[in-house]
Design a protein around this ligand. Sequence first.
Ligand code: ARG
Length: 460
Amino acid sequence: MSQEKPWAGRFTQPTDKFVEEFTASIGFDKRMYHYDIQGSIAHARMLAKQGIISKDEAQTIMAGLESILTDIEKGAFEFKVSLEDIHMNIEARLIERIGPVGGKLHTARSRNDQVALDVRLYLRDEVKAVLAYLDALQESLLAQAEANLAVIMPGFTHLQTAQPILFSHHMLAYYEMFKRDAGRMQDVAKRLNFMPLGAGALAGTTFPIDREFVAEQLGFAGVTRNSLDSVSDRDFALEFCGAASILMMHLSRLSEELILWSTADFRFIDLSDAFCTGSSIMPQKKNPDVPELVRGKTGRVYGNLISLLTLMKALPLAYNKDMQEDKEPLFDTIDTVKGSLKIFAEMIAQMKVRAEEMRLAAARGFSTATDVADYVVRKGIPFRNAHEIVGKTVRYCIETGKDIPELTLDEFREFSEVIEADIYDFVTLEASVNARCATGGTARVAVERELARARAERQG
Ligand code: ARG
């Protein structure tokens, strides 16, 4: 077959071998083969409908493209670096297979609008995949919340014991974060869903094309409105990487908590052995590799966003070869996010909760001190004074090695006369949790309401 470049007419010397390798993108853009062929079929059909090529020519081209798709899927397609990218590899193979008529496919098209189309088609499907993985993770969080409704754990601020909370409440906090991440991904899908083909190299085309017809065949909501923008825009990739970065930040925070919770010091959870490894020297070790790696991979996803932003910064309109560098950060982000979500959905589903350990930890650290303060306030004492009263009470507890619920009524009354025997109804872990029953609070009724709501919105 001819390995001649499409631009050979203009050139007198062949491309330098190393330059060929340096400029090629086939090594990574071949993963878009399916979308390249899908786009080409829609384009060929449109060319025939508009009388730009004949119906027979379109049939031949489309059949040729289908057979190439089969070959690639069978692993029977040789990708050539000399043909630079996926677009030229497929076109060259088409011409080789069906003859010179294959050369008509590229009428009214440029690789600049072709690649813009391919990336959009590809990313549109990948966003759907990310959404499916996000959904599975949300389901795991929800299931853990439902299965552990009676479990009380310490809530932290500054990583210091603050107030007791329901473990379910903690799980639902992440459910909310991932719900917003899904919303951001849906926004990405909505804004990218416009069809750029027809922009040609940059200015449009002299052929009487029907862009709306192509858009409709490919399931786009409409066509892009400016040819220069169509071939220059990578906002959709940036938005995806931005949304992915926020998502990874959430996964990284959850990772950090799982790592802490599975230490011998916390002992709040057990991760399944399937997600951990041992140490080659310390026999007692079980390391939480998966959350550690996800926390680590968050760095590369942020890096990809910055690479892409830096790549696009200051590029003059319209297409510049720089933009070929958009793919690796985008693809790496997609792979990393999908992998992290997939493994997290499974790991959370299999996580064992140590209810007793959580409860013991919640009881330590005077976590019901705020409840005593609120009690004193309800008896008419200004909050600032109440804060001081309970501060002194806690200092007394520390000095005498007692916990708040263990104080006698006389001891309580040393600090404030307004305290009466009913104080003991307020300082248990359950009382503290269940007192916070307004919408969004940790009380069991409030958490049950949110669980029901989450279930309903997932079924609806
Ligand atoms: N492989 C190229 C890319 O990914 C396709 C577009 C090439 N266009 C060009 N004028 N060289 O950006």
